[in-house]
Design a protein around this ligand. Structure first.
Ligand code: CU
Length: 495
């Protein structure tokens, strides 16, 4: 298939996946109504300010005086924030910010992050999507006890420029910790970055559930964590910690937006009112060439996308970036408007030509091994808890084995009634196959992913390779599913 057809087929494929989950949730009878009722319960009484100018996430200062090195300090601790009128909210933050500070790195840099855990429970910092050594990956096997410190040290691989994020990955409390605000963006930069001439905006999407006194509704997170209920989160969707912020643009301006789905459990089907946009990058960085003319993009929990937006040349106009809604087999509707773009009164900016070629996405080469990963549910197959290859997570058990450098095909087989976004630590992979109800369907475009959505009833085949030895997690990134055991261990042996 020629490349353009390939890309279009993929965009179509992601649209065709929509019909199934809707019918699945319709089968649940009166329960969607219950979900709506709970949504009101957990958010009523909290009046969120909207329409404030979009804030940029604070950048973590580099305290290293040595060239090609980055050093920084992260303190995870509870702190009080004013989020809704009339109340203060205890969040858990990195350096008392929500989201946490943006870590900006360059390919080839040596990185040292000193981490102080001042939470009341064990935590870790997981560098989601970055290829770091297994013992620096912040996995649940490697917790930092409450009150303790540790240093994370790694080198940023060449070719890894892209949009990432970091968050806690502690055993069974990831939902709780991320749900209290612990998550932050991380960007790896490269001198070879054709869209770098464009103004850039980082949009970190999180969800937060507050009760009527403005407290983080831990009951909601704990309940969701009880076995992975088929319910989308009740939280309010926030962009850079704000509800429905206002982003000012010059009429006709072109910008590069890095969008991070840092929610615990929400699919984001992104659209910009009245506009088409161009995708230029996914989890692991740039595509080989721009993918233009899109009206929507499905961003599963933990995924990132880089889009280029040219806003209409009309002056003083408002357009919403919104979540158009995608159940993924869960109940819960569209998240609605996430951010308002408002054009000014100045003269329209001239259109910007994107480079035709971005950065090659190389094939990993012929696969020499195959693995099968079956996503299933215990019990009646509806409510979870969800399993991987028939088992619940045990960090002392090895579930799959591989060897450094070995290229493998993994069949991710979803026999449950809902979608699961599967994340593999320590690598970036490519989607090479897709089977819908036994029939091969068009697969994606060549792109680097560390998290792939496996729709209900489908099989997604990925080509993957680990470059460093050690034990790695792979798991569902709907965090209540992960906490309830939808996770497994990949042992990567030295070659
Ligand atoms: Cu899941």
């Amino acid at each position: 298939m020629r490349r353009r057809q390939f890309l279009q087929a993929s965009a179509m494929a992601s649209l065709s996946a929509l019909a199934y989950p809707r019918s699945a949730s319709a089968q649940m009878g009166g329960m969607p109504g219950m979900s709506g009722m709970m949504g009101r319960w957990f958010t009523s009484g909290s009046v969120w300010p909207t329409g404030l100018p979009l804030r940029q996430v604070d950048v973590l200062a580099n305290t290293s005086l040595v060239a090609d090195e980055f050093a920084g300090m992260l303190v995870a601790a509870p702190y009080l924030a004013s989020l809704v009128s009339g109340h203060t909210t205890e969040l858990w933050g990195y350096n008392n910010t929500f989201p946490g500070p943006l870590i900006e790195l360059w390919e080839g840099q040596r990185v040292t992050i000193n981490f102080a855990n001042r939470l009341g429970l064990e935590s870790t910092v997981h560098w989601h999507g970055l290829q770091v050594p297994a013992d620096q990956d912040g996995s649940p096997m490697d917790p930092v006890a409450a009150g303790n410190d540790r240093a994370y040290t790694f080198d940023v691989p060449l070719g890894s420029a892209g949009t990432y994020w970091y968050h806690p990955h502690a055993h069974q409390t990831t939902t709780l910790q991320v749900g209290h605000g612990l998550a932050a963006p991380l960007i790896v930069r490269s001198a070879d970055d054709p869209p770098a001439t464009l103004p850039e905006v980082t949009l970190m999407v999180t969800s937060l559930s507050l009760d009527q006194s403005g407290r983080v509704a831990t009951a909601a997170t704990a309940m969701a964590g009880m076995g992975g209920m088929m319910m989308a989160g009740n939280g309010v969707l926030l962009v850079n910690g704000q509800k429905l912020p206002l982003h000012a643009m010059t009429p006709g301006a072109t910008e590069r937006w890095r969008i991070i789905n840092a929610t615990a459990d929400r699919y984001l089907r992104l659209g910009l009112d009245g506009h088409r946009f161009t995708v230029v990058g996914t989890d692991g960085g740039l595509l080989g060439q721009p993918l233009p003319g899109l009206t929507e993009w499905l961003l599963a929990p933990a995924q990132r996308v880089e889009i280029v937006v040219t806003i209409a040349a009309q002056q003083s106009a408002r357009h919403a970036l919104r979540d158009l809604g995608y159940g993924g087999g869960m109940m819960g509707g569209a998240g609605g408007a996430l951010m308002t773009v408002e054009t000014g009164r100045g003269p329209a900016q001239a259109p910007v030509e994107l480079p035709a070629v971005l950065r090659p996405v190389a094939d990993l080469g012929p696969a020499t091994a195959q693995q099968r990963v079956v996503l299933s549910a215990a019990g009646m197959g509806m409510m979870g808890p969800f399993l991987i290859n028939g088992k619940s997570f045990d960090m002392n058990r090895v579930d799959l084995e591989t060897v450094v450098g070995r290229v493998e095909l993994w069949d991710l087989v979803n026999v449950t009634f809902m979608d699961h976004p599967i994340h593999i630590h320590g690598t970036q992979f490519q989607v090479v196959g897709r089977t819908v109800r036994g029939v091969a369907a068009p697969v994606g475009y060549p792109a680097w992913l560390d998290t792939v959505n496996v729709p209900a009833g489908e099989t997604i085949t990925i080509k993957t390779r680990q470059t460093l030895p050690g034990r790695r997690m792979f798991h569902c990134h709907i965090l209540p599913h992960e906490d309830a055991g939808m996770m497994a261990v990949l042992d990567v042996q030295a070659s």
